[in-house]
Design a protein around this ligand. Sequence first.
Ligand code: SDX
Length: 429
Amino acid sequence: MSDKATLTYEGKTYELPVVEGTENEKGIDISKLRALSGLITLDPGFKNTGSTRSAITYLDGENGILRYRGYSIEELAENASFLEVSYLIIYGELPNKSQYELFCKEITEHTLVHEEIKNILDGFPSNAHPMGVLSSLISSLTAFYPESLDPNRSSEEVHLSIIRIIAKIPTLASWAFKNEIGHPVNYPDNNLEYGSNFLKMMFAIPSEVYKSDPVLADALNKLLILHADHEQNCSTATVRIVGSSHASLYSSVSAGISALWGPLHGGANQAVIEMLEAIRADGGDVQKYMDKAKDKDDPFRLMGFGHRVYKNFDPRAKIIKKAADSVLAKLGVNDPVLEIAKGLEEVALKDPYFVERKLYPNVDFYSGIIYRAMGIPTQMFTVMFALGRLPGWISQWKEMRENNEPIGRPRQIYTGANERSFVNIGDRK
Ligand code: SDX
């Protein structure tokens, strides 16, 4: 492999180093390009631009491969708990028994949130979207834990900040839901494992005895693992760039939640169900909506399809589709939109427009069907994505800080007016 690339411009040739990753990915290191040549690169959406070196997650978009710290998601989803995977992603190795027990114990001891957070929650109208509430409540943690504002504290103090946000996000997420439906909030039940505790806070109501459902807990565990990290996606890149200014972990994650909210990113899981329901309400004519998705004059997109990296099946979508069938069967749920989703997938995978553009179902295409079967309302779907993605955001922020990466500050190509002199208002046309 050549470790140099050459760029020739206006009769001059510049040598740029080529870097190679542990999976033989190669990239041209352009960090000295401007100093050497006066040139910058331009790449809207960073489709061809790497922002960092990372040891956390490996994606192979052509072959539909996703691994966290070298372990395939297929193995992790089948055999691990979400907290085991969180520990792996954040600290780099699967925990041994005593490390895992301590990690779970620390998290259990921090599930409560300060009672004054209710004052912030009460400030939101009940129709507030839970993603906006969650982003605000996560940011409010900086007020209750001011020591978390300094990212350069000791590793023990950073670890405590990490434990606190992993422990408290299920409580805050369930409170955002309860606020939306105008119900009283529930407090954590530390006798329950992570996912079951969240489900109980979501669905327990004062007048009834809540009974945990292992089918729901298992489905949630799998879904959280599948969402746990995904290298430099939009929301993770947001967490990194916010954290690169030495903003706190909580401020960086709050920004990541806002980026995830967008319908082109994590908000797609809500948009998929809304799309499937609209198709169903319109008579279930799948071909009509496929034609709309292909029509450049029609803003309609087939939500849950396509991906910046995967040009093959999103491996997570395969697992979630299989889980959807099994969870709905176990719960005895017959959801007509699942059949519409399968119909759309079948037609799309044969349609030249989708085949040529390598548009396959992504992680968001089937996940909403499971969340719905679990009784989770549509507006909470992207909150579920955020719950899963939290360990990824934490790990990427921690890696960026430990590598002492510089503040993110892209350049630009200016296309505005050239220099001109001020004209007094009385003299303007
Ligand atoms: C997530 O990055 C990550 O890893 C994200 C994520 C994670 O885990 O963090 O995997 C989670 O965000 C998954 C993606 C969820 N979003 C959606 O499902 C929304 C629908 N999909 C798209 O809008 C789109 O596919 C993106 C945003 C996902 C990717 O967009 P790109 O890479 O910028 O591709 P593009 O918009 O330039 O599309 C390329 C072509 C275009 O057609 P042409 O201009 O070449 O003719 O494909 C077309 C697009 O019009 N196209 C679609 C389409 N997605 C792309 N046409 C119809 N329906 C779609 N869904």
